[in-house]
Design a protein around this ligand. Structure first.
Ligand SMILES: O=P(O)(O)OC[C@H]1O[C@H](O)[C@H](O)[C@@H](O)[C@@H]1O
Length: 526
């Protein structure tokens, strides 16, 4: 049995608050700095590495973090989770997203079925469907092949799958795995759906309606928007649409769809990229084999997360360093900086994954807690971000820990040598330069040009962004966020904080408003 206690009751946490702080300007300079970069690295799944040399940690800090991992029973809690304990206490649900990509522990039986088999079976059904679409066995009414897939969904039913699609689009084109172009409609802003519809050939488009609950206002509105467009084009909407939903949702039994694929309430929206939610669009776009590789990468990372040795468990190490930065060093944010254009929407996905999971003020039993929880997460690909918000990161009054991601090779393998270096080398040179600039700073007599340094970062490095590497990268962050939730003793798997705004929006649309809400409604001409 695991023991769920608040972080501030743990002896190891209190010891951590007393350890002398590490000054990166000292430890990262000279030979010592070189030694740290060589040694402070942990293998992740799919050939990636997590390098934490430029974090404000030393043996003493790491020793305290290892004790904290043990006292907070982080790996035991992970085990309880994948073996089917009701870890989502708020909604009284199991948390099974890791089962969508492997078997980590015991068989989990719920709703009368073996859950691992249920997810695998849905994946197999999707693979069969995608193969038939690609082979021209499932076509439009005129017997012509579908060329485009359009996902309609929002939040977890959009951000992860969209970020993953963009991450692999160029890789697939280079590796003969590009089957269909994918587009995404999420916002209830009518210009979103209209712009996507204007950019495609609807007669050859297959729409994937994704909503776990089947009740999300934006998604159902956009479904109607698309159906209207199909009707206007003289097409039968039910021959152009599939659904991905839970078996208990209102969409599940509808005959409005060519096919329906399922996940369930044990897969949180933001953790659903490896379920049917990501599976349908990614299998249609790149083929089921590519999606299977992506799952294999995630499964490798999930296995590493079982390791009780902190220095062999990259997600747990990353999580605990993050807790140290948030609660002991007092840093309010974390920025994610992929030096890879393919990961342009990855920070947006992590915003939901992290902030919707760990933006909580009560513990898993609903009691107020006295310490900070999830940081604000934001990010942009490098080097673009360097020309945007890095000024504040280098010289602003807040210290923002940085999560770099970099690859030695680009996906398309097209490059050009200009003034003695390729574009890829220039990209990578900038990551290396930024890490050292942030850590070591630079003294200058002109205060305006002085860089204080001591700004922590870590880097995840890989050879190339492949489907497997992407799966490992995604699972790393999912597991990091899970471990942080365990340390903070919060429920990372519900999201009650998004409800109030939805309720008030309904009142506005029903014209049941008063006070400030009424005046704002008038201001916006509703
Ligand atoms: O998949 P759906 O049920 O349509 O939910 C879509 C999204 O909406 C909700 O408001 C939640 O904040 C998200 O966690 C969820 O992913």
């Amino acid at each position: 049995m695991v023991n769920w206690s608040n972080m501030d009751t743990l002896g190891a946490y209190n010891a951590l608050t007393k350890v002398a702080k590490v000054d990166l300007t000292e430890v990262m300079s000279g030979e010592n700095g070189a030694k740290r970069v060589k040694e402070m690295t942990v293998p992740m799944g799919a050939g990636l590495n997590y390098n934490y040399a430029s974090k404000q940690v030393n043996e003493e800090v790491l020793d305290c973090l290892a004790k904290l991992a043990e006292e907070a029973q982080l790996v035991d809690k992970y085990e309880a989770l994948y073996n089917g304990e009701v870890v989502n206490t708020g909604e009284k649900r199991l948390v099974l997203h890791q089962l969508t990509r492997g078997q980590l522990g015991n068989d989990v039986m719920a709703d009368g079925v073996n859950k691992r088999e249920f997810y695998a079976n849905e994946q197999a059904r999707i693979a069969e469907f995608a193969n038939k679409v690609h082979a021209g066995e499932i076509t439009n009414a005129a017997g012509e092949k579908f060329t485009t897939v359009v996902q309609i969904g929002i939040g977890g039913s959009d951000l992860g799958p969209r970020a993953m699609y963009l991450a692999l689009e160029n890789w697939a084109k280079k590796n003969n795995a590009f089957k269909m172009e994918a587009k995404f409609i999420s916002n209830v802003d009518p210009d979103d759906a209209a712009a996507v519809l204007n950019s495609i050939d609807v007669a050859h488009s297959l729409f994937v309606l994704v909503s776990k609950s089947g009740t999300t206002l934006e998604t159902l509105t956009n479904e109607s928007f698309v159906k209207d467009a199909l009707k206007k084009a003289g097409l039968d909407a039910s021959k152009h649409m599939i659904a991905v939903t839970s078996q208990t949702s209102p969409l599940a039994k509808s005959s409005d769809y060519l096919a329906a694929f399922f996940m369930d309430d044990y897969i949180g929206g933001r953790f659903s990229s490896t379920s049917s939610v990501g599976g349908a669009v990614l299998s249609l776009a790149f083929g089921p084999e590519v999606f299977a590789d992506f799952l294999a990468g995630a499964a490798e990372e999930d296995l590493l997360s079982k390791n009780k040795d902190l220095l062999k468990n990259p997600a747990m190490l990353d999580a605990l360093i993050g807790v140290y930065e948030r609660n002991v060093l007092g840093y309010p944010c974390t920025t994610v900086l992929p030096y890879s254009q393919a990961l342009s929407r990855f920070p947006a996905h992590l915003q939901q994954l992290d902030m919707e999971s760990n933006g909580k003020s009560v513990n898993r039993f609903g009691e107020a807690i006295n310490y900070k929880t999830g940081p604000v997460i934001f990010g942009e690909p490098g080097t673009n971000g360097q020309h945007s918000f890095y000024q504040l990161l280098h010289q602003g009054t807040d210290i923002v820990p940085l999560q770099f991601i970099g690859f030695r090779n680009n996906q398309l393998e097209t490059d050009v040598d200009i003034q003695g270096s390729t574009s890829q080398q220039k990209l990578c040179a900038n990551v290396a330069a930024q890490i050292v600039a942030f850590a070591c700073g630079k003294k200058d007599d002109n205060a305006n040009k002085n860089f204080a340094g001591n700004r922590p970062s870590s880097i995840i490095v890989g050879d190339k962004l492949t489907p497997k590497a992407l799966g490992a990268l995604l699972a790393h962050f999912e597991n990091k966020i899970m471990f942080q939730g365990f340390v903070w003793n919060i429920n990372s798997f519900d999201q009650e904080g998004v409800q109030l705004g939805k309720v008030l929006a309904k009142k506005v649309l029903a014209h049941e408003t008063e006070g400030a809400l009424k005046v704002y409604s008038d201001l916006l001409n509703i």
